[in-house]
Design a protein around this ligand. Structure first.
Ligand SMILES: Cc1ncc(COP(=O)(O)O)c(C=O)c1O
Length: 482
C-alpha cells in the first residue's frame, strides 16, 4: 500500500477505534462481568469463509467491533478472577503507539528507543524491588517465559559450576541437576523445567497452609544432594493464598549448598514496592538469583509483558550464546536478543516505561497497599457471616473462601455459590482446589476496584450463600441494593 493510502486508511479507522474504545471503558462499571455472546454467535459474525478478495478496512473493523460482546470485561473493578488486573490509561496509550511505531527490537539498531527504555526500566525495577545493582533483565511475553529464562540461566550456571557447559554439550552425560520446588509452585515453573529437560529431576517440598516451603524439609533434601548441581524454586505470591516463601532462610539454605534460588513472583514481586511489605513479608527478596514477574498483573499494564531479573549478569549472558552474522551487535549498546529467548518481537517496554514514569514508586506502593486493604475488607465482610470461612491469612491480595452448607457437601455448595455469583453479574471470580478442598478464589489486582465494588461483591456472595443454604434459588433478579 502506498503511504498516502496507508494514511487515508488510518484516518478513517483510528477515530472509530477511539470512539469504540471510550465506549467500552464507559460501559465497564455497569456491564455484566461475563461475555454476552456465545461461540456460535461469534462465528456467525466473524466467519463467512476465507474471503476471496480484499474488502474495505472500515467494514472489517466494524465487523470486529460487532463481536465485542464476546469480550470478558475483565478491566471492570468487580472482576476478581485469576490474577488479571486492569490497565493504567497511560499504558494503553503507549500500547497503541507500540503498534503504530511497529518496532522490531532484536538489536539496538532496530530500535534505539526500545534498547534505551529497556535499560531504564530494568534499572527502575531493580531499584523498586531493592535488588542488587548487578541485576540484569529481559522483557518477556509473560511470567511463564520469564520463569523459562530464569531457569535457563539457573541450569546453565549450576552445571557450569560443575565443569559442564550445557549450551554446548547438552544435558546427556552431564552431572545430574536436582531441582527442589515448592509443592504448590505454579505450572509456570514446572512447564519450563519440563521444556529444559529437568522434568525428571523435580522433587517437591512440602508446604504449610499458606503454601510456604517447610524449611526443615528443604534442609533434609539439600543434605541428600551432597554438593551436586542444585536449583531451588520458591514463590512470592502463591496463586491461591498469596503466600510468600520465607525468602531469607530459603536463600541462605540454598546458597550454603552452592545452589541457585529462582522465585516465581508473577504478582507478588510488586509488593516490594510497598515499604511496609518489603521489610516484612518480602524480606530476603534481594538474595534470589533470579525472579520472574509480570507487568500485566498487579502493575496493571496491558497484556502482555513479563520481566526476568537475574542478579548475575555474567551468568545471564553466558546461558544465551548467540551467533548470527547478519546482526550488528556492538558491545557498548544493549541488544535485547542477547538477554532474552525471543528474536523478533514488539517493543513491549513502551507501556511499562509510561506506567512506571506516571505512578512512580509511591504510586505503585499505593496501588499495592490499596489492593491489600481491599482484600482485608472483603475477607472481613465475608467472615462475619455464619457458614463462611476465609482459609488464608490474607497478607497480600488473595482471598480464599469456603462456604458451609447444613446438609450438602461444602465442596458442592462452594461451587454452587460461585456459579450463582458469576450468573448474578455483581462480580466475577472462579473456584480452585486448595489442600483438597473446593474454594472460591478472589484476587484483588485491579487499580480501578473501589470499596463499593468490594461491598457489592460481598453482599452478592452472602445473599447467594444464605439463599442456597436455605434451599432457595441462588440467583434472583438483581436489585439496586444488591
Ligand atoms: C503465581 C503465578 N505464577 C505464574 C503465573 C503465570 O503467569 P503468565 O500467565 O503471565 O505466564 C501466574 C498467573 O496467574 C501466577 O499467578
Amino acid at each position: 500500500m502506498k503511504s498516502s493510502e496507508q494514511l487515508a486508511a488510518l484516518e478513517a479507522l483510528l477515530p472509530e477505534v477511539l470512539e469504540a474504545a471510550l465506549e467500552y471503558v464507559r460501559q465497564l462499571p455497569t456491564r455484566e462481568v461475563r461475555a454476552g455472546l456465545t461461540d456460535e454467535d461469534l462465528r456467525g459474525i466473524l466467519d463467512h469463509g476465507l474471503p476471496t478478495s480484499p474488502s474495505d478496512p472500515l467494514d472489517v473493523l466494524r465487523q470486529l467491533l460487532a463481536a465485542s460482546g464476546g469480550l470478558v470485561p475483565s478491566g471492570a473493578g468487580k472482576y476478581f478472577g485469576y490474577v488479571v488486573g486492569g490497565t493504567v490509561p497511560v499504558g494503553v496509550a503507549a500500547d497503541w503507539l507500540t503498534s503504530v511505531w511497529d518496532q522490531n527490537c532484536i538489536v539496538h539498531d532496530g530500535s534505539p528507543l526500545t534498547a534505551v527504555l529497556e535499560d531504564i526500566c530494568g534499572r527502575w525495577l531493580t531499584e523498586l524491588f531493592a535488588l542488587p545493582a548487578t541485576t540484569s533483565y529481559a522483557f518477556t511475553p509473560a511470567c511463564t517465559h520469564a520463569d523459562l529464562l530464569g531457569l535457563t540461566v539457573a541450569r546453565h550456571e549450576v552445571l557450569a559450576r560443575h565443569g559442564w557447559d550445557v549450551a554446548q554439550q547438552g544435558l546427556q552425560g552431564g552431572p545430574t541437576v536436582t531441582v527442589l520446588v515448592n509443592e504448590s509452585i505454579h505450572a509456570a515453573v514446572t512447564r519450563p523445567l519440563q521444556i529444559l529437560g529437568l522434568g525428571g529431576s523435580i522433587r517437591e517440598l512440602p508446604a504449610d497452609s499458606e503454601g510456604r516451603i517447610l524449611l526443615p524439609a528443604l534442609q533434609e533434601e539439600i543434605d541428600t544432594v551432597r554438593g551436586g548441581p542444585l536449583i531451588v524454586c520458591g514463590h512470592v505470591g502463591e496463586i491461591n493464598t498469596g503466600g510468600v516463601d520465607r525468602l531469607r532462610p530459603l536463600a541462605e539454605l540454598t546458597h550454603a549448598a552452592d545452589g541457585w534460588l529462582h522465585l516465581d513472583a508473577a504478582f507478588g514481586a510488586w509488593a516490594a514496592a510497598s515499604p511496609r511489605l518489603r521489610h516484612t513479608l518480602l524480606d530476603g527478596l534481594d538474595l534470589a538469583d533470579s525472579l520472574a514477574t509480570d507487568t500485566h498483573k498487579w502493575l496493571n499494564a496491558p497484556y502482555d509483558c513479563g520481566v526476568a531479573l537475574i542478579t548475575d549478569a555474567r551468568a545471564h549472558r553466558a546461558a544465551l550464546p548467540l551467533s548470527a552474522d547478519y546482526l550488528n551487535l556492538p558491545d557498548n549498546q544493549r541488544h535485547p536478543v542477547q538477554w532474552g529467548l525471543e528474536v523478533s518481537r514488539r517493543s513491549r517496554v513502551l507501556p511499562l516505561w509510561a506506567i512506571l514514569r506516571q505512578l512512580g514508586a509511591t504510586g505503585i506502593a499505593q496501588l499495592v497497599d490499596e489492593r491489600c486493604a481491599q482484600a482485608q475488607r472483603l475477607a472481613t465482610l465475608l467472615q462475619t457471616e455464619p457458614g463462611i470461612d476465609i482459609l488464608n491469612e490474607v497478607a497480600l491480595n488473595q482471598v480464599l473462601v469456603r462456604f458451609h452448607h447444613p446438609t450438602a457437601t461444602d465442596d458442592d455448595h462452594t461451587q454452587n455459590v460461585t456459579d450463582a455469583f458469576q450468573e448474578h453479574g455483581r462480580g466475577w471470580a472462579g473456584t480452585s482446589t486448595w489442600k483438597g478442598r473446593t474454594v472460591l478464589r478472589l484476587s484483588l489486582a485491579n487499580w480501578a476496584s473501589t470499596d463499593h465494588d468490594i461491598d457489592q461483591a460481598a453482599r452478592s456472595l452472602i445473599a447467594i450463600h444464605s439463599r442456597l443454604a436455605a434451599g432457595l434459588p441462588g440467583v434472583v433478579a438483581p436489585t439496586d441494593n444488591d
